[in-house]
Design a protein around this ligand. Structure first.
Ligand SMILES: *[C@@H]1O[C@H](CO)[C@@H](O)[C@H](O)[C@H]1NC(C)=O
Ligand SMILES: *[C@@H]1O[C@H](CO)[C@@H](O)[C@H](O)[C@H]1NC(C)=O
Length: 385
């Protein structure tokens, strides 16, 4: 008994040391809402796939965050893209795509087609089983009904699987009047944007827009959100800790989107097999058009559940808060926009197995942020006056 207690204390101490900064305030205790059951490791989808090239420096952090929060991520192997691949993707006339954007586009197509041979699997003990399973097929031939596709630099809240996804999925089933699957009737949707960089629209547009609104206490307070998100929610009359799922209006950025077998096929063969003539700057511009102009059945969780971690380097953009296409950009390098307690926070990162196990329980399972989310160092939140 004594031994166990000592071990626990030592563990806590190690954790304190790992966090570097001792807590100045008691950590906020967060209790998981009653009646909410955590989603399974693939968030109720057939699989969670990440678009990540083999040498991506972001992979380690992505997999760490997934491990911390109990999400099982599969990374389909990407071939080494050649100039010919890029050339094939480009429009014959008026191409606007840069090489970087073309490579990202090819990465998404690859995940949609999922050419087997995955080379990284979370949870080593599952590795063999998953490898065997996955080698046999591509996503489009996999029998998996749905997949959530993530970019490898996204962050999410530590309560993604335990609270947020269950709430969003429940609201979505209600919105579509369907309990057919965890994600409702699969014939009624083609993309669910769980991660985006701002699906922002006017109050007028909101009138008559199919949506389902709900309380979600895992959201950051309004004043801690990206200034544009804050203004948007207030325009719509949203109070604190309210999220919704709605028919998409302007879902820019493909940080995290769900597809079905049918929509994956449609997107990868019809919509975005290559850049359309006249030029499209990026894959996300094309999928935005699908949702906005081409009648694709798209839905967005708003505020988003996934957002890029990286802040842009150009100061002008940082100040303005958006890039030239209206994508919300991080306004600080330390926190991910609209995520209260990011699983990718540098303070969580550890290579120590015991510390990780402790964090998985406290942070991942119980939903305790430990980062003192309500009293952060204010200098890290430049948009808070
Ligand atoms: C999670 O739930 C979905 C939908 O029921 C299912 O297809 C998937 O296989 C489950 N994943 C795991 C890891 O059990
Ligand atoms: C996940 O965490 C466990 C410890 O709890 C560790 O053994 C394993 O290597 C981790 N996997 C990844 C991919 O980080």
């Amino acid at each position: 008994m004594h031994h166990k207690l000592l071990a626990l204390l030592a563990l806590c101490l190690t954790t304190f040391l790992y966090f570097g900064v001792p807590w100045r305030h008691a950590p906020i205790s967060y209790s998981l809402p009653a009646g909410v059951t955590a989603a399974n490791a693939t968030l109720g989808f057939g699989a969670v796939l990440a678009v990540s090239r083999p040498q991506s420096p972001r992979r380690e952090e992505l997999l760490f965050a997934a491990n911390l929060t109990g999400v099982e991520i599969t990374i389909p192997l990407q071939p080494k893209w050649t100039d010919a691949d890029v050339a094939r993707l480009k429009a014959d006339r008026g191409s606007k795509i840069t090489r970087g954007s073309a490579l990202a586009w090819l990465g998404h197509l690859n995940a949609l087609k999922w050419y087997g041979n995955l080379n990284t699997v979370l949870f080593p003990n599952f590795q063999e089983a998953r490898l065997t399973r996955v080698h046999r097929y591509r996503f489009l031939e996999s029998g998996l009904e749905t997949a959530l596709i993530l970019e490898d630099d996204v962050d999410w809240d530590i309560r993604l699987r335990t609270v947020e996804v269950p709430l969003v999925a429940k609201a979505f089933r209600k919105l579509l009047h369907s309990d057919a699957t965890y994600w409702a009737d699969l014939s009624q949707w083609e993309m669910i944007h769980l991660g985006h960089c701002g699906d922002i629209f006017s109050a007028d547009k909101f009138k008559g827009m199919p949506h389902e609104r709900f309380v979600d206490n895992t959201l950051p307070p309004l004043k801690r959100m990206h200034t544009k998100t804050q203004a948007f929610l207030q325009r719509l009359g949203f109070g604190e800790y309210e999220r919704m799922i709605h028919r998409s209006s302007w879902p820019l950025c493909t940080f995290g989107y769900a597809v079905t077998q049918a929509s994956a096929r449609r997107i990868s063969t019809e919509l975005a097999a290559r850049e359309t003539d006249g030029g499209k700057q990026a894959f996300d511009v094309r999928t935005l058009e699908a949702c906005r102009d081409l009648g694709y059945k798209c839905y967005s969780a708003n505020p988003e559940l996934f957002h890029h971690t990286e802040a842009p380097s150009e100061i002008a953009e940082v100040n303005q808060g958006t890039d030239e296409h209206g994508r919300l950009q991080a306004q600080s390098t330390d926190v991910t926009p609209n995520i209260a307690c990011g699983a990718r926070s540098k303070q969580f990162f550890t290579n120590d197995k015991a510390t990780l196990d402790f964090l998985k329980m406290e942070v991942g399972e119980k939903g305790h942020c430990l980062l003192d989310e309500m009293e952060p160092d204010r200098s890290k939140w430049p948009w808070v006056i």
